[in-house]
Design a protein around this ligand. Structure first.
Ligand SMILES: [Zn+2]
Length: 134
């Protein structure tokens, strides 16, 4: 059974994954400066970490944003979410080289975060509207 789109748990989970990925990506340049020996391990696991996060984020986001769209009908949220996942995929697959992996992933997870935040807002609005609340 699919989860109810009125419950924001999956949006929160997707947003948490986005924040984890943001922290991960932004910690790499900091680690390069502060702890060079640790940053090597971080760099070696960077792509694997992004595939794992994408593996969780893609199904969660597609289900949550699809169910949300059925309720609120705001297409830009799904477009933003899919664009975010696409940026994450392009970054992790090194389609434009490994140098752009972190930048593309940061753009992707930021777009995904905004999509889920907006999805929660629109769902709350749609539910209130249906219940006749202001
Ligand atoms: Zn990362």
């Amino acid at each position: 059974m699919l989860p109810s789109p009125s419950k924001p748990a999956l949006d929160f989970l997707a947003m948490a994954l986005s924040v984890i990925c943001l922290i991960h990506c932004l910690s790499i340049p900091l680690a390069l400066l502060l702890i060079p020996s640790f940053s090597y391990a971080l760099l070696q696991s960077e792509t694997l970490m992004h595939w794992i996060l994408l593996g969780f984020a893609a199904p969660i986001s597609m289900v949550t944003l699809y169910l949300g769209h059925r309720r609120h009908g705001v297409p830009i949220i799904s477009v933003l979410g899919l664009a975010g996942l696409l940026f994450m995929l392009i970054g992790a697959s090194h389609l434009f080289g490994r140098d752009l992996e972190s930048a593309l992933t940061v753009i992707g997870v930021s777009a995904l975060f905004v999509a889920h935040w907006r999805n929660m807002f629109e769902l709350r609005h749609a539910i209130k509207g249906r219940q006749g609340q202001p």
